[in-house]
Design a protein around this ligand. Structure first.
Ligand SMILES: [Zn+2]
Length: 211
């Protein structure tokens, strides 16, 4: 190659080779960085992605309602039934729209995903005979005795169990610790399909909820 006979040409060639090496190295380095950033972004996406939603009420929570809350309330004269339990996001949005974009009374302040009903840890209750003519203070005491929680939003007919988990954390997959019944006899009565008695409740160490 005649051009390489010239010293200046050799110099140019050397410079071109050095520049090419740096350029290719640089491109490869950036590509690597982008991949690393992609992986980090994907990982944080996975961490922050809302968790899959359940399709039914949480059975442990429901046991607490059926074997403690409802039978204890029955001993105080209430025949409670669950008027609403698990709700899908679509069902939640539907009732959220009531009184807003759709005719009807306002039912809820929670949009889909923002209600504990969507995670299977809430029920709305009503008395079969007296509807909402209930001593709610008394019922709130029974709720707490059964290790459940009255609504924070002042919705008196709503009973839930968060166990300290925020709605946002529910959304991202956190769930509270499983509940246990306040006493064994409740489980036995339920299994034998027998009614809980006032004596059982006394043996359970329950206070008088009328006081
Ligand atoms: Zn509710």
């Amino acid at each position: 190659m005649f051009i390489l006979k010239d010293k200046t040409n050799w110099l140019y060639l050397t410079i071109v080779i050095i520049l090419a090496t740096f350029s290719i190295g640089g491109i490869l380095f950036f590509r690597h960085q982008l991949l690393v950033e992609d992986v980090i972004a994907m990982e944080s996406f996975n961490i922050l992605r809302p968790a899959p939603l359940p399709t039914e009420i949480n059975q442990n929570f429901l046991t607490q309602v059926n074997d403690c809350f409802i039978p204890v309330a029955a001993l105080y004269g209430y025949t409670l039934r669950i008027s609403s339990g698990f709700r899908t996001i679509a069902e939640q949005d539907e009732i959220y729209n009531q009184g807003r974009t759709v005719n009807g009374h306002l039912v809820t302040d929670a949009q889909g995903g923002k209600s504990i009903h969507n995670y299977g840890y809430a029920v709305d209750i009503v008395d079969r005979w007296n509807e909402y003519n209930i001593d709610w203070k008394k019922l709130a005491k029974i709720t707490t005795f059964c290790r459940l929680e009255p609504s924070e939003e002042g919705d008196i007919s709503h009973v839930e169990y968060r166990g300290g988990i925020s709605t946002r954390d529910f959304m991202y997959g956190s769930r509270p610790e499983p509940l246990t019944l306040p006493c064994e006899i409740m489980k036995e009565r339920s299994e034998l399909k027998e009614k809980l008695t006032l004596k059982d409740l006394k043996n359970c160490g329950a206070p008088n909820f009328s006081n």
